[in-house]
Design a protein around this ligand. Structure first.
Ligand code: MG
Length: 296
């Protein structure tokens, strides 16, 4: 299933997206006993999904997608978005040769996962403008990424058990102010400007992605293909990222882990191709869909 958060007539709630018919099953009406907020729904796990499937099968309470506004599937995560840095070989090399890396990162390809976070206030939905004008350094760049949504939480999760904690997947654009990222010797500021984390358009539930390595990630800027990679090329795979995080902290339902971007970001070009007002960035990963945002 494709799960979405949407608003209609000023009311925000969750639904199931039917892309073929361009409709949303409004769970607030089709299954009124369910929570109307994504994180609370995720806490229900398989029981919530069974109820949602029943609501879809009933065929009732459908809305045309065109009539609603899609929000990020988790519009305001409970805590920071966890992110893997330099997790594709070709991107690690392009980043380190761009001159925007920090002194602490001498080796292009890391030996252990690099983990940083983005503030929850960075999250925006598909279609919403990326506020590049808030970047005082005018070095705004895109990073198309597959993101994992955690279902059952836990601490001390072993690699072998990690996929049982994956609720589903979404797309994240880890928008980054490159000059801030390098100037402050730490990525948080450059990654946490308001609106710098487009997310969506939906969460695809894990049961519909039997082999996550088989997914393909493509990013286009104004229609030009910039990033194109297989998720199988991740240096540290999803079980390793979950194991790494859960070794020190308790993961919670609704946590989001952005798995890293592949080669083809703006700073990989000489001269760099930073985002500017009027650009449109589209990140596509099927079967999730396309996360598309204009740049303001
Ligand atoms: Mg990133």
């Amino acid at each position: 299933m494709l799960l979405v958060t949407f608003s209609e007539d000023g009311r925000t709630r969750i639904g199931v997206l039917d892309r073929a018919r361009a409709e949303i099953v409004d769970l607030a009406r089709a299954a009124p006993g369910l929570p109307q907020e994504m994180r609370t729904f995720i806490v229900l796990g398989a029981a919530g999904l069974t109820e949602a499937r029943r609501a879809v099968a009933s065929g009732a309470h459908r809305l045309p997608v065109a009539r609603v506004k899609l929000l990020a599937p988790i519009p305001r995560p409970a805590r920071n978005i966890f992110c893997a840095g330099k997790n594709y070989r070709a991107h690690a090399r392009e980043f380190d040769s761009s001159g925007f890396g920090t002194a602490a990162e001498n080796d292009a390809v890391p030996e252990v996962p690099i983990v940083f976070t983005k503030a929850p206030s960075t999250v925006i939905g598909t279609g919403e403008p990326i506020p590049a004008w808030l970047d005082p350094t005018q070095s705004t760049d895109y990073e198309g990424e597959l993101a994992v949504v955690i279902g059952a939480g836990g601490r001390g999760i072993a690699r072998a058990d990690a996929m049982r904690h994956v609720y589903g997947y979404t797309i994240v654009n880890d928008v980054s102010a490159r000059a801030l990222q390098s100037r402050h010797k730490q990525w948080f500021l450059g990654k946490s400007i308001d609106g710098f984390c487009p997310m969506g358009p939906a969460i695809v539930t894990a049961d519909e992605v039997p082999e996550v390595g088989g997914l393909r990630l493509q990013t286009r800027v104004n229609g030009e293909l910039r990033q194109d990679a297989a998720v199988a090329d991740l240096i540290f795979d999803i079980p390793t990222l979950i194991e790494t995080l859960a070794r020190t902290m308790t993961l919670e339902p609704g946590d989001v882990i952005a798995t890293g971007t592949c080669a083809g970001v703006g700073v990989g070009f000489k001269p760099p191709k930073f985002l500017k007002h009027g650009d449109v960035v589209a990140v596509t990963i099927e079967p999730i869909g396309t996360l598309e945002n204009p740049v303001a």
